[in-house]
Design a protein around this ligand. Structure first.
Ligand SMILES: [Zn+2]
Length: 112
């Protein structure tokens, strides 16, 4: 009804990113960026590190999917070595198992 006045600025709509785990699109600021740097793949909470990035929801299940199926590695076009994998897992441990409002649908096991 009432027309809301939006903040003036160059931002027309929230930038969307696709989660490499569940493949759903979300506003970038609700997601966590992972970046491939010369030091290896790492979590980039600030979103400002340079390098090829990928985005994941703030839910552990998405990180599990991204790591298990190598989607994250494919998206980053990088190898996720053991230390990097451990870092990502540790970060995922701090996240809720799944998101309460938007439950991740199980895709079913269709591994080739
Ligand atoms: Zn996700």
């Amino acid at each position: 009804m009432a027309t809301q006045k939006k903040q003036s600025g160059p931002r027309r709509h929230a930038p969307m990113r696709t989660c490499v785990g569940c493949r759903s699109g979300r506003p970038k600021r609700e997601m966590v960026r992972v970046v491939a740097t010369v030091e290896g793949v790492q979590v980039d909470p600030t979103g400002k590190k340079s390098g090829r990035g990928a985005y994941l929801c703030r839910s552990r299940s998405c990180w599990d999917l991204g790591l298990k199926k190598e989607r994250l590695a494919a998206s980053l076009r990088a190898v996720i070595d053991a230390p990097a994998r451990e870092r990502l897992r540790q970060y995922a441990e701090t996240l809720p198992p799944t998101e309460s409002e938007d439950q991740v649908v199980n895709e079913g096991r269709s591994d080739p």
